[in-house]
Design a protein around this ligand. Structure first.
Ligand code: IPM
Ligand code: MG
Length: 368
């Protein structure tokens, strides 16, 4: 029997509620397969700051260091509550970026997926969606502006200023390029490279490395698109995209747009891979306004479990089963409140019921 230790970072806001549903799925996967999961909850984010004075406490680092994989809920507070925490201890800067840095999780996979049968969730017209949306956004996750040096101050004229650095080297670009080409090889062999080389020198180097890497993958067709144009095409013709690769900030923005064209960020799970450690998280925030109300959509959290099963534990079939179970819940006419307005034909369900229905569907599928 395979045994895996999983660190569970519940996070803030809706984090604990959607984590509970993810754990239900993990427990069923354990029953159905020759595998056992040791699940260790450990504090992370604003809640950890208020509990122990540190958004990424030492005990959490230890649990994560020793874990085979990390499952992380969303973190963060609303604008006003954030001010109760010193700027550098706020959970994004004080916990999430340090987590990414600690494990060098440079490759962020963000699937933007909506089968044709669920096209009604999308704000896009049916004729634009066509056969459905199926894009893999690959975002570089530990470089660029988010990790560069930052400086704030007052200049000689008494004017306040800020300086942030966007830095990449060829090693950082090549490793993510390789991930993108490998992914394209497993899919449709088309790679959209997203850049802004008409303005940014960082994109000029980025594109050079993409072209160099392309020589090792002659079967992959590379299409270069400026990031601003890509934003438009994602709305007008998402079907042209299969795998998209981009630097950190572009990926942050376009992946949220990905959630937009699906109908909700609640449909956006993700995987963050380094060479020796991986963690999995929803792409969205902690939605403090709806926390504790049992109305959040746990799809992104359960989808992150599916990605963990596949990418960390090699359980490809069971991962597909989890996706399938979630899709079939929606296909039966159920919806979570983020995806539909109440009305005729909509069977609105809460967080817990979604988890229960997914578990019931998964239980019906052959283990494979
Ligand atoms: C994401 C989030 C984070 C990011 C925030 C919470 C720091 O928006 O994972 O997309 O910007 O990377
Ligand atoms: Mg984001």
């Amino acid at each position: 029997m395979s045994k895996y230790k999983i660190a569970l970072l519940d996070g803030d806001g809706i984090g604990p509620e959607i984590m509970t549903e993810a754990v239900k799925v993990l427990r069923l996967v354990e029953q159905r397969n020759d595998v056992s999961f040791e699940l260790i909850h450990t504090p992370f984010g604003a809640s950890a700051y208020f509990e122990c004075g540190d958004p990424f406490p030492e005990q959490t680092k230890k649990v994560c260091d020793e874990a085979d994989a990390i499952l992380k809920g969303p973190i963060g507070l609303n604008h006003e509550d954030s001010k109760k925490i010193p700027v550098d201890m706020q959970p994004e800067r004080g916990a999430l970026l340090p987590l990414r840095r600690r494990y060098n999780t440079y490759a962020n996979f963000r699937p933007v997926y909506l089968p044709q049968g669920l096209a009604h969730f999308s704000p896009l017209k049916k004729e634009i969606i066509g056969d459905g949306i199926d894009i893999m956004i690959i975002r570089e996750l530990v470089g660029g502006l988010y990790f560069g040096n930052k400086e704030t101050g007052v200049n000689a004229d008494g004017i306040r200023y800020v300086k942030e650095t966007l830095e990449y080297d060829e090693v950082q670009i090549r490793r993510i390029a390789k991930v993108a080409f490998e992914t394209a090889m497993k899919r449709k062999k088309v790679l959209h490279n997203i850049h802004k080389s008409n303005v940014l020198k960082s994109s000029v180097l980025w594109n050079e490395i993409i072209e160099e890497t392309a020589k090792d993958y002659p079967e992959v067709k590379v299409i270069h698109i400026l990031v601003d144009a890509a934003a438009t095409y994602l709305c007008l013709n998402p079907g042209q995209f299969d795998v998209m690769v981009m630097e950190n900030m572009f990926g942050d923005i376009l992946s949220d747009q990905g959630g937009g064209i699906l109908g909700s960020l609640g449909l956006m799970p993700s995987a963050c891979l380094g060479d020796t450690k991986a963690y999995y998280e929803p792409s969205h925030g902690s939605a403090p306004d709806i926390a504790g109300k049992n109305i959040a959509n746990p799809y992104s959290m359960i989808g992150s479990v599916a990605m963990m099963l596949e990418m960390s534990f090699g359980m490809d079939t069971e991962a597909k089963n989890v996706w399938h179970a979630m899709q079939s819940v929606f296909a039966q006419g159920y919806s979570t409140p983020d995806l539909s307005k109440p009305g005729a034909g909509v069977k609105m369900i809460d967080t817990q019921s979604f988890g229960d229905l997914v578990v019931a569907e998964l239980g019906k599928l052959p283990v494979g």
